[in-house]
Design a protein around this ligand. Sequence first.
Ligand code: GMT
Length: 376
Amino acid sequence: MKLKIGITCYPTVGGSGVIATELGKLLAEKGHEIHFISSSMPFRLSKVYSNIYYHEVQVNQYSVFQYPPYDLALASKMAEVAKREQLDLLHVHYAIPHAVCAYLAKKMTGDSLKIVTTLHGTDITVLGYDPSLNDMIRFGIEGSDAVTAVSESLVQQTYDLLKPKKAIQTVYNFVDERIYYKKDTQELKAQYGISQDEKVIIHVSNFRKVKRVQDVIRSFKLIQNQIPAKLLLVGDGPEISVMCNLVQELGLKDKVLFLGKQDNLEDLYSFSDLMLLLSEKESFGLVLLEAMACGVPSVGSKIGGIPEVIEPGKTGYLSEVGDIEDIAKNAINILSDDHLHKTFSNNSIKRVKDYFSSQSVLSQYEELYRQLVGTK
Ligand code: GMT
């Protein structure tokens, strides 16, 4: 059964945009017709696919509007594309505004269009606490034909916070194993001026406050007291200059490399020895999975979906949020024991294959679509 599927995501925002785009590409490879509907071209959609289309949402600026009506423009574009291309369903990533816009588009096109909404986290764990938005988020969820969330933890948080009258199914995130695998990038390590005997610790994020990058830097300070090491900080965001100052203040300038935003993260993971993700909110932590697929063990915070990704004592360890001493102790444990490191590295690769493979996640979404649309 080949379907016509509209996909809407935030095209430039981290993991959710990556998952939406990679899913679209995998579905296209299976022969489905994919229509991305978003404000700009999703950033991973770098080459031409014969059955992937992109429809840009344009918001015209009229002086009568104080704020440009993006949400209405999106809903209207969804309805236009759904009608013209005879879409079977819209799969939207994020409840607001996307699920609500999809609901409007459904009503505008005569109700047969199905809506699948995937919750990624911030829509629930941050916006869900905003009393001016939580009824709207619940409305978006309840107005969808099927709702998925990227971890059990996020499903539970959504029920606890919003109490929607809707079944929410966990469908984990995935990585494309054709891209994320361990390569020999020792040459690149040397080009960064990192010597063979130095361990490499990596953190990748959008440097928002919730990522607690200060904990990464402070625990690195303790780690490098015991083990020769360098820290790669990858990404950019609101906290970046605060973090640059902290690195300076702690006397770590020569040991911390700020790499900014990078493509081809697999090349960096391939010469990294440990991933740190110490967020205070994290519904899944896609970067952990990417690193694991490249054989990198990890230390993460014991919150949100992270404990569903890291298997403590097998692929890495979990520490309480902000417990710098414990984080450093766990990191040193892994980095100072080559045998343990190798075991965790192999286990990480295996865990990704067993629980987060692209083909198994793709099948789960296809099955969900099939249940909604029926056999065509
Ligand atoms: O983490 C972010 O700030 C970006 C955000 C996004 O929209 O991509 O990430 C969320 O979705 C990712 C993909 O499902 C998850 O891996 C992240 O854990 C989640 N972020 C948060 O929950 C804070």
